[in-house]
Ligand binder design. Structure first.
Ligand SMILES: Cc1ncc(COP(=O)(O)O)c(C=O)c1O
Length: 444
């Protein structure tokens, strides 16, 4: 792992309990309190560390925040304090551009939550005092264990500072004032999952066999570029992170505009007002409803299982044929493969909707009728039994109307049918269509 991370000998690397969360909180609980604390947040995981620092540890941190898709002004960071940040904001698709903003002569320590960044980006280790990650992200392994990396200044802090708080066994890194070196030589604080260890070893060996760190980074970049091409080709989708320098290549978040977008920026308020979808099918059909904001899509590039990030082959990205996950704006991301494929279908559908004519079948008809339309590339909705008023409310969406005898096509309906090109009557007689009337000027 050291070799693949290109980690210098100055830094120790150890396995700790509790995945990335365990590793990061272990670092916070053992090292914070010696000096002021600054926490940076631009998505939900960074917000989690703010909560830890403020509410749990009661350290009254300085908080620098940015909304989803943006990054705070990093030049404002005060390096006399300890600084906590996520290198790659997994839930907003925003990353720090590089390590240049981290002061070489910092008095405080830099704490990087590097989950979904390691293996995909080159990390300037000399700028990082504490880094944590879990195996299940870019490496694509199983979770369970956290990785804790400590630079020399972090070790110095641990050996010189005793926090004024109780520390559970799973957080203890120091014994009799000295770092417990065993943890950084492969010993674990509690029972490890050998399944997870074996999985991680397998992933590391595979990574080495394809060319190591450089190959992993290239793979991740190629995957991001493939996704970017998809975005460039579509008018209704854009990157949530507008600034390419701060755009993640491992957790790409996309804004999908609704049918009548009023804003190109996602609106958290708008999304929250909507009832959370309960099934994958619901979520897919909710997508076009995010009209005044933007639904946010995110590809889990970081997982081997999803075939993206450093481990997945780029060909999988090209047709957008891999799970695309919806992350509801706000702190509760949805993760589901099933949901991903459902959304994928919906995004493709939505794309097609931009070009395919739409037909409404408003009277009961043999199902073959809808099948024939669909076979010929038309979109079809079968919505029968509507009152004239209800029909008027929806007819504006359609290019064609297929009826039998129940639907009355009056001037009133035609006035509302601003896109209508054709009325088709299945059967004999057009007495329910006022053929003396011309369709709406816009569609005639
Ligand atoms: C940036 C970031 N931090 C923390 C976590 C939490 O990781 P874990 O579930 O390994 O504790 C994640 C998980 O996706 C993450 O992406």
């Amino acid at each position: 792992m050291r070799e693949l991370l290109e980690l210098p000998d100055t830094h120790r690397i150890g396995i700790v309990p509790g995945s990335d969360t365990g590793a990061f909180e272990m670092a916070m609980w053992t090292m914070l309190g010696a000096r002021p604390v600054t926490t940076l947040a631009w998505e939900s995981f960074g917000e989690g560390w703010v909560t830890d620092a403020a509410k749990q540890l009661q350290l009254d941190p300085t908080v620098l925040r940015a909304d989803y898709g943006a990054i705070p002004d990093l030049s404002q960071v005060d390096w006399s304090s300890d600084v906590l940040f996520t290198w790659n904001g997994t839930t907003s698709g925003v990353r720090v551009p590089d390590g240049e903003w981290i002061a070489d002569d910092r008095e405080g320590l830099s704490f990087a939550d590097a989950t979904s960044a390691v293996f995909a980006y080159h990390l300037p280790w000399e700028k990082i005092d504490v880094a944590t990650f879990s195996w299940q992200k870019v490496l694509g392994g199983e979770g369970a264990h956290g990785i804790l990396i400590l630079g020399p200044r972090a070790v110095e802090r641990l050996e010189s500072f005793t926090p004024d708080r109780p520390l559970p066994k799973v957080f203890r890194l120091v014994s009799k004032g000295k770092l417990t070196e065993g943890i950084f030589r492969g010993e674990t604080i509690n029972t490890p999952s050998m399944l997870a260890v074996e999985d991680a070893i397998w992933a590391l060996e595979w990574a080495k066999s394809i060319g190591g760190a450089k190959a992993l980074q290239q793979r991740s970049d190629a995957n991001a570029a493939a996704l970017d091409r998809i975005v460039q080709e579509r008018s209704w989708v854009s990157h949530l992170a507008a600034d390419p320098a701060c755009r993640s290549t491992t957790s790409v978040c996309l804004s999908v505009e609704g049918q009548t977008p009023t804003s190109s920026r996602p609106s958290r308020a708008c999304s929250r007002k909507r009832a959370p979808p309960t099934t994958s099918r619901d979520i897919a059909t909710h997508l076009p409803d995010f009209a005044s904001g933007a639904a946010q899509l995110s590809t889990p590039q970081t997982s081997r299982r999803s075939g993206r990030g450093s481990t997945g082959p780029t060909r999988k990205c090209a047709p957008l044929d891999d799970p695309v996950l919806l992350r509801r704006q706000g702190p509760s991301p949805f993760f589901s493969r099933k949901l991903g494929s459902c959304l994928r279908r919906n995004t493709i559908l939505q794309d097609q909707r931009m070009t395919q004519p739409k037909v409404l079948i408003s009277d009961k008809m043999d199902p073959k009728a809808a099948a024939i339309f669909r076979e010929r590339g038309l979109q079809v909705d079968e919505i029968t039994g509507k009152t004239p008023e209800e029909l008027k409310a929806i007819i504006g969406d359609y290019d064609g109307l297929a009826i039998r005898s129940s639907t009355k096509v009056t001037q009133d309906i035609l006035d509302a049918a601003t896109n209508l090109k054709v009325v088709g009557r299945a059967g004999i007689g057009v007495d329910n269509v006022d053929i003396r009337l011309r369709p709406h000027a816009a569609s005639s």
